[in-house]
Structure formats: C-alpha cells, structure tokens
Design a protein around this ligand. Structure first.
Ligand code: GYE
Length: 330
C-alpha cells in the first residue's frame, strides 16, 4: 500500500510543485509551440515581409500564401511597408502571439540582434528569407533561404564584358539602401568589373527597387550626363522598366542607344527583352514558398537543415527570353 506523505511534509510538497510549474512557464512560450510543434495539426507561421515595392515582391508574397494554403499552414503576413521599425514590431508581435515559426525578409541587413534574441529566448525558430541579416551570433536564426546576390552582380558584369560592344560608361540604379540585395549586387558588380578596366561607373543612385523612383532617378541622370550614358545597370527590373520609360521620353532608344542590364527576370522584363528595350536580366527567383515551408517543417520536427541555401539563377537575354516567356511563373 502507498504511504501518503506525512502532513508535516505537505506544505513543502506544495511549494516544490509550484516551483516546477513556474519553471515550465518561464521556459516554454505562451503558446507552448516549442513543446510539441511537430505533431500539431495546423502550424502557424508569421511572415515579416518587406513591403509591396514591386512585381518581384508580389510574386514572393503570393508564393508564400499559396503554398501555405496548400499545406494547411496558417500564414500571418505582416507588411513592413518598407520600414525596419515596422518589421521589428512585427517580430515582437509574432513572439507575443506564440506562432510556431517566424520567417523574415529583412529590408536592411543590420539591427536585428535584439528581436532575434527575443525570438530565440521564446524558442521560436526564425528562418531568414530572400535578403540576409548581419548578426553577431549566427545562432540567432536557424536557416537562410535566399539568393546569391553577389553571384547575380557578377553575372551582370560578365554579360557586359562579353556583349557591351564597345560601350563602357555605366550609370547604376541601386536598390533599397542597406539591403543585402543592393549591397551585394553593387559590390560584386564593381569587383567583377575590375577585371575589365575599360568600364566606368560614372554615377550611382538609389531608386529603392521601385519603378516610379527608377524613372525619376533616370530622368535626373539623363539631365546630368546626357549622351554620355551608354549603359544602365539596375539592381532590379522594376527600376529598369522605369528607366526605360525615362530614356524613351528623353528621345533615346533603350536597348540600343543605352544598354539595359538588370536583375530579377520578372515576366515584364522578359517581354521588354523580346521587344528589344532591355538587353539582359539576371534571374532572382522569388517563389520561395515550397522551400521555406519544407525548411520550417523540418526544423519543427527537429530535423537538421542547411544553415544557408541559395537558388541557382540564370541569365536571360535576346537568345533565350522568348522561349522562356510562355512558362514564366512570375
Ligand atoms: O530583387 C527586388 C525586390 O530582395 C531580391 O527585392 C529581393 C529584391 C528584388 O524588391 O525586386
């Protein structure tokens, strides 16, 4: 027969039980998501999106939504409206809601350490999507699933080295300042051109990855440099499409008088290539949905995932754009 504890010990026992209870509370997040996420039927993922700056981003958000719906995952999408402070608040809010995982497309590279530390303390895994973060402690995020922006910048430079036909003077339209996409596309492009000293970047300004700003910046660059401009290197297609409009309005022929070199390879860019108005676009695939949720599901099951994985991108120009158009998904 079981002996019941002596009445003298009862208060001690009660205190011990309370301590255990408190311990559990402080370790597990309010949702209990870290405790048993793998066998939970419906996962909730918080997506901290940059904003809605252009066609690439729309395709990216749609891919995340569509794939979540297919898998029965509840996706909570927070639109950062191009401000990091909004993104930081969204991470904090997702932690408070106790989502199962947080996916972040960081607008800028720096400034993430404090909120990522909070997520880690709450035992909510973080996957960085698309753009990269610079953090002191790499364990603050579980995995990066994105693109190799430096490779994209190099591919753009390599294309020019082979196809510029004697044109050498470049103006650069930069993406959002401080973003890894803009930083790496700029640095790697410039570094690759060091092997081809005939090229010169005569001006470089930001158009914030947006079509309207790309147009405005191109207008002012044309006013400033006029016919001197022979090549536009744009960090994305939306800005390049804006620049094409500005060039046409100024009476020049984009794709002929001025070469247009761009990144993303969205459908509208492939069409511009077929129309002869854009010369090349280096692909950057935004359709991360399947890869992101594969990664999240593995993490929540306790399986190992690569710390960093990037898509293999290809180059589209007049030789292959038309053939790719009918099956283009973004
Ligand atoms: O190139 C641009 C978008 O981070 C790679 O963001 C992404 C960039 C993409 O707005 O079009």
């Amino acid at each position: 027969m079981k002996k019941s504890p002596s009445p003298l010990l009862l208060p001690l026992l009660a205190a011990a039980l309370m301590l255990v209870g408190c311990g559990q509370k402080s370790e597990a997040p309010a949702s209990g998501s870290a405790a048993a996420p793998a066998d939970k039927k419906k996962l909730t993922v918080g997506l901290v999106q940059t904003g809605a700056e252009g066609a690439w981003r729309t395709a990216n958000s749609n891919s995340m939504r569509d794939e979540a719906a297919k898998r029965g995952i509840t996706l909570k999408l927070s639109d950062g409206q191009s401000k990091q402070e909004n993104q930081l608040a969204a991470v904090r809010s997702f932690i408070a809601q106790g989502v199962d995982a947080i996916v972040i497309a960081p607008i800028v590279e720096t400034g993430w350490d404090p909120v990522l530390t909070d997520a880690k303390k709450a035992k909510i895994p973080v996957v960085i999507m698309d753009r990269m973060v610079k953090v002191a402690d790499q364990s603050l995020y579980v995995a990066f699933v994105g693109s190799d922006f430096a490779a994209e910048g190099r591919m753009a430079a390599d294309w020019l080295a082979k196809n510029a036909g004697g044109r050498t003077k470049i103006v650069e339209l930069q993406g959002e300042p401080g973003s890894s996409a803009a930083n790496d596309r700029q640095t790697a492009f410039a570094a690759a051109l060091k092997d081809h000293p005939e090229f010169k970047i005569i001006d470089s300004q930001t158009g914030n990855f947006r079509q309207a700003e790309g147009k405005q910046v191109m207008e002012s660059l044309l006013k400033k440099h006029g016919k001197e401009i022979q090549i536009v290197y744009s960090h994305n297609d939306d800005m390049a499409l804006g620049a094409i409009q500005a060039i046409e309005e100024a009476g020049f022929k984009p794709g002929k008088d001025i070469l247009i070199v761009s990144v993303d390879a969205i459908e509208a860019a492939l069409k511009a290539i077929v129309a002869g108005k854009m010369n090349v676009s280096v692909e950057c695939n935004p359709l991360f949905g399947p890869k992101i949720y594969d990664t999240v599901e593995k993490i929540l099951k306790g399986e190992s995932v690569p710390k960093s994985s990037a898509n293999k991108d290809q180059v589209f120009d007049a030789t292959n754009a038309a053939a790719a158009l009918p099956t283009r998904k973004y």
